[in-house]
Ligand binder design. Structure first.
Ligand SMILES: N[C@@H](CCC(=O)N[C@@H](CS)C(=O)NCC(=O)O)C(=O)O
Length: 112
């Protein structure tokens, strides 16, 4: 499914179709920062998958091995580790999140 978004080009703003990013949020129940991440993404209209770490075998340990972090939420965009709520909110403040969300390579192994 394609999405539409504005990009800045040499001639001004351009409406462009792009493949939405694959966004995965690892969460746990009763997690305030998880709620904040989900609200931030929902407010931007971003479709994401949520994985409750309890649904994974040894989920917290697995996530720690993959991210180096003990906390949830942890966010991946197109298989690239982005961080938790603070990192996501910071990218949004800097205006860098939209670009990350548009970078999507359909030839990437995870998309096949
Ligand atoms: N700086 C982190 C804070 C995340 C956080 O504190 N998460 C809590 C749950 S809401 C947690 O997992 N605490 C356990 C731990 O830090 O190991 C972020 O912005 O995502």
């Amino acid at each position: 499914m394609l999405a539409l978004g504005w990009t800045v080009s040499a001639t001004g703003f351009e409406l462009r179709a792009f493949m939405p990013a694959n966004v995965v949020v690892y969460t746990a129940p009763l997690c305030f920062f998880c709620v904040r991440v989900k609200h931030l993404l929902a407010r931007k209209g971003v479709t994401f998958s949520e994985v409750d770490v309890r649904s994974l075998a040894d989920g917290r340990r697995w996530l720690h091995a993959r991210t180096g972090k003990t906390s949830v939420p942890q966010v991946f965009i197109n298989d690239v580790f982005v961080g938790g709520y603070a990192e996501l909110a910071s990218l949004e403040r800097e205006g860098a999140l939209d670009e990350l969300l548009r970078e999507h390579d359909p030839s990437h192994p995870s998309e096949r």
